[in-house]
Design a protein around this ligand. Structure first.
Ligand SMILES: [Zn+2]
Length: 546
């Protein structure tokens, strides 16, 4: 349905256009005819939502929680205190996520599981591990495709075991034998921890539960691949691929089999899947050598970027991919009063409000929480259906918009913005107020149809309007009280980045299929071609009611 606007701003496209034309006071009958014309044009073009076409799987959101090594210089009593503190934090996380059925991608160091084993199956650590296991397998319920994947994986740095509760670290560049020793000690203790938590009888083989590995060793990617193969682990914890944020201001959104040459490039013959995600929620700082903003405000903006890309793939019937993202944290990040606690609740609540239950007009659900094991399995199912197909690859290790596989306008326009507020503009419009160092921006769209919105509460000057799918600039000095919104997500700001003006890079997003129904902007241009004469004297000041 169409929200009839009170007045119009007509944006011409930037390429050959003369700039925006604004006019007010279009008569009521004009809008009645306008509405009819839109319907006629829609019928002529066979314009209808592509109901039933569901090409993309939902966006799989992962929440990684892992237990880092403890300082080995601590006395055993000190290590036990750290164990108890981290266990308390893990229980707090589960208290938040269990009522919402959010699965945790849990990974632990061997030292923590050694403490758990000593405490026994009735201890608090074993309870937490059982709850972590029980949190998994929420995906695609029912029928579940891929199958549920509860996860208790193994995470280690450089540490290995030399005796009871004694875990020193290798220094320098440990060789493959030393790295193997570190993996063996940590993986074995995670297995024993799982067995203990389930009184010796885990619900499935430990090798299936403990099937994700994150480790600082070996330093050589080739050796890392060797050990993944030796230990038969099929999913790598997110981390090495985070550097993408340093190039494009967001993380990778598709899992892939990584190359030994470059952790962000693809090698379809690799023995494991790299799941992709952001680092610690609530932290802004250098992680893995790259400055990354994982504050709640940045996570929300990044999710909007991901959603606009995913929605475009869905709307344009692009070939199916596995889409995924998420955030991580260590158990120690969730101490009472921490930024990670506050930002976790903020982000989870926002996703519940805006996206958790959202279904596209095609019938496709937007997002599902999943474990890393689930994402690995979703990738393998996709891979089997698309043999030889690339999922994702970043080969150049430099900003190259021709190579960039997502929507360029989304990356360029929205980079470094922080979410400020959800906007209620009525008419079923989704709108979000963003901010970048004091400069306001709005991202907004409608599922169907078009309507006028008034953004003058946010902008006191004229604004520029950018189409986030096409890269079209619909106006460079538009009255913020009269901005048209339609199905293509728009980016509205006082100024657009220079890269998007003139001849912006378009190659990459042109690879996506065009949205099949005539874009609403085409309808808009046609309706304005009809309305335009009224500007020359026929219209009366009377305004239709919205
Ligand atoms: Zn770690």
């Amino acid at each position: 349905m169409i929200c009839v606007p009170k007045s119009f701003v007509f944006f011409k496209t930037p390429f050959g256009g003369k700039g925006p034309v604004a006019f007010r006071g279009v008569s009521t009958w004009c809008f009645l005819v306008l509405g009819i014309l839109v319907l006629v044009v829609a019928v002529d073009f066979g314009w209808a939502p592509a109901v039933g076409v569901a090409d993309q799987s939902p966006i799989y959101m992962t929440f990684d929680v892992h237990v880092d090594p403890v300082t080995n210089g601590f006395p055993v009593s000190g290590k036990r205190a750290v164990y108890e503190e981290r266990t308390d934090n893990l229980a707090w996380v589960l208290d938040q996520t269990e009522p919402l059925d959010i699965p945790i991608s849990f990974l632990s160091g061997g030292w923590y599981m050694e403490m758990l084993v000593e405490e026994g199956p009735s201890g608090v650590g074993a309870q937490v591990v059982r709850r972590m296991y029980g949190s998994g397998g929420q995906i695609g319920s029912p029928p579940r495709t891929p199958a549920p994947g509860p996860q208790i994986g193994s995470h280690s740095h450089n540490e290995y075991q030399v005796g009871k509760f004694n875990w020193p670290s290798f220094t320098g560049t440990p060789n493959l034998v030393e790295s193997r020793k570190s993996w063996q000690d940590n993986i074995s203790w995670v297995n024993r921890g799982i067995e203990t938590a389930f009184w010796g009888s885990p619900p499935e083989p430990v090798s299936e539960i403990n099937n994700v590995k994150g480790s600082h060793l070996p330093k050589s990617e080739e050796e890392y691949h060797t050990l993944m193969e030796e230990f038969g682990i099929t999913v790598r914890e997110p981390g090495p691929e985070e550097d993408y944020y340093g190039y494009y201001g967001h993380h990778i959104w598709n899992p892939f089999r990584p190359s030994t040459e470059n952790a962000m490039a693809e090698d379809l013959s690799a023995p494991f899947v790299q799941v992709v995600s952001g680092p610690v929620i609530g932290e802004v700082g250098i992680h893995h050598g790259t400055l990354q903003d994982m504050s709640a405000e940045s996570v929300k903006r990044q999710f909007l970027q991901l959603y606009v890309n995913w929605r475009h793939a869905e709307r344009s019937n692009a070939p199916e991919k596995v889409w995924t993202w998420g955030w991580g944290a260590h158990a120690h990040n969730f101490s009472p009063g921490s930024d990670s606690r506050a930002d976790l609740l903020d982000v989870v609540g926002w996703l519940e409000d805006n996206f958790r239950d959202r279904v596209e007009p095609t019938g496709t659900p937007v997002m599902e929480y999943a474990t890393q094991i689930d994402v690995g399995e979703a990738y393998e199912i996709w891979e089997a259906a698309n043999p030889g197909e690339s999922s994702f690859s970043f080969d150049s290790l430099s900003v190259d918009w021709d190579e960039y596989p997502y929507l360029v306008p989304v990356a360029v326009a929205m980079e470094d913005h922080l979410w400020e507020a959800d906007l209620d503009l009525g008419c079923g419009i989704d709108a979000f107020h963003l901010d970048k160092a004091g400069d306001d921006a709005v991202v907004m769209w409608r599922e169907l149809g078009l309507s006028r919105v008034d953004l003058s509460d946010i902008f006191s000057t004229t604004v520029s309007v950018l189409g986030l799918e096409t890269g079209n600039i619909y106006g460079l000095s538009v009255n913020p009280a009269n901005v048209l919104v339609t199905t293509e997500p728009l980016f509205v700001a006082e100024q657009l980045p220079a890269l998007l003006l003139g001849k912006p890079p378009r190659n990459s997003y042109a690879r996506f299929h065009a949205v099949p129904e005539p874009a609403s902007w085409v309808l808009l241009a046609l309706t304005l071609a009809f309305v335009l004469p009224s500007r020359n004297g026929r219209s009366t000041p009377s305004q239709p009611s919205a």
